[in-house]
Ligand binder design. Structure first.
Ligand code: ATP
Length: 311
């Protein structure tokens, strides 16, 4: 294996100083047989950040997350998660991570509260003064909106309730870093909004670092401090939705009406253009709209470019 060396100690990793990276990935490569899925992925996540990994089907999002979780061995490159190489992560390291997989199907005869108490008990030996473990079950049920289903058997939960339970299972150990693979699939709009509030609460109150995948661009825009676009085996672009849009077009579209006529103009510097427009025509200007490319337009363009250059 061709290793790239990173700063930081291997071992259990005992707490991450505030400005130290929670995830550090350098030149990560992964092949399944002859098929190269990741050809050199680089990124860093800092404490309390929400990172959203976007990319087309088969781009390697789940593969990347599984490598970070220590569930899959990489083919090359260097990775540190909470200061530890995931391939050497011990139980104590694992207890500091939360993982929400695609869906929790086992234990269908268990009741919601029983399962959370049972799983939570494994974390009590890893409790620390600043991160008591596990999360008290009543509080956890409240946070994920399952208080009224506490006594319900898992087999009887609706799709949305089951997904909330998946999230509860992911955070019962009060993780410092939470991985969520397509967390809101099957949620109705209300459940989706509640889930978004939960993500904000986890990062605001506890400085939990969160990395999630989604195909929902609206969700990415709402949640992400930083969006990573994985395409063509590498991170094709990274930044907030606004930064990505600027990176792609650099121009903003301005529309307005004057004397019953419609006008449209693209400008690199919209504020100056609008100021000049009002200076010249003042009150005659109506229906002003200033619009950057949507995340969807930006995403489609970046993915097409990355796929083109990877061929
Ligand atoms: N265990 C495996 N053995 C062989 N190939 C695999 C394995 N797991 C994934 N792949 C292939 O690697 C590529 C990346 O898969 P991965 O599941 O990581 O993509 P993804 O971005 O999560 O996709 P999706 O958006 O569809 O969930 C795909 O072409 C997939 O077929």
């Amino acid at each position: 294996m061709n290793e790239t060396v990173l700063a930081g100690e291997a071992g259990v990793g005992r707490g991450v100083p505030i400005d130290e990276a929670v995830i550090e990935v350098r030149d990560l490569r992964m092949s399944y047989g002859p098929k190269e899925v990741l050809t050199g992925v680089d990124f860093t996540a800092h404490r309390g950040e929400v990172l959203v990994l976007l990319g087309p089907n088969g781009a390697g999002k789940t593969t990347t997350i599984e490598i970070l979780e220590g569930f899959r061995r990489r083919s090359g490159g260097a990775v540190r998660v909470l200061g530890v190489d995931p391939e050497q992560g011990a139980e104590q390291w694992r207890a500091r991570l939360g993982v929400v997989l695609q869906s929790w199907r086992d234990h269908s005869k268990w009741k919601v509260r029983e399962l959370l108490e049972h799983l939570g008990a494994y974390y009590s030996v890893y409790s620390t003064a600043d991160r008591p473990r596990p999360w008290p079950v009543d509080e956890l049920l409240e946070v994920v909106g399952l208080t009224e289903s506490a006594g319900t058997k898992i087999a009887r939960l609706s799709g949305g309730q089951r997904r909330r339970l998946d999230v509860a299972i992911g955070i019962v150990g009060h993780p410092e870093l939470l991985f969520l693979d397509e967390p809101t699939v099957g949620f109705d709009p209300e459940a989706r909004r509640e889930f978004h509030d939960l993500v904000h609460r986890l990062t605001d109150v506890d400085e939990t670092t969160i990395m999630l995948t989604t195909h929902d661009l609206d969700e990415a825009e709402k949640l992400a401090d930083r969006i990573l676009i994985l395409s063509g085996g590498r991170i094709a672009a990274a930044g907030s939705a606004d930064e990505l849009s600027r990176q792609v077009s650099g121009e903003t579209e301005i529309r307005w009406t004057r004397d019953g006529q419609r006008f449209v103009h693209s400008a690199a510097e919209a504020t100056g253009f609008v100021r000049e427009l009002f200076r010249q025509h003042g009150d005659a200007i109506g229906d002003l709209e200033v619009r950057r490319s949507s995340l969807e337009e930006t995403y489609m363009k970046l993915v097409r470019e990355a796929e083109g250059s990877a061929r």
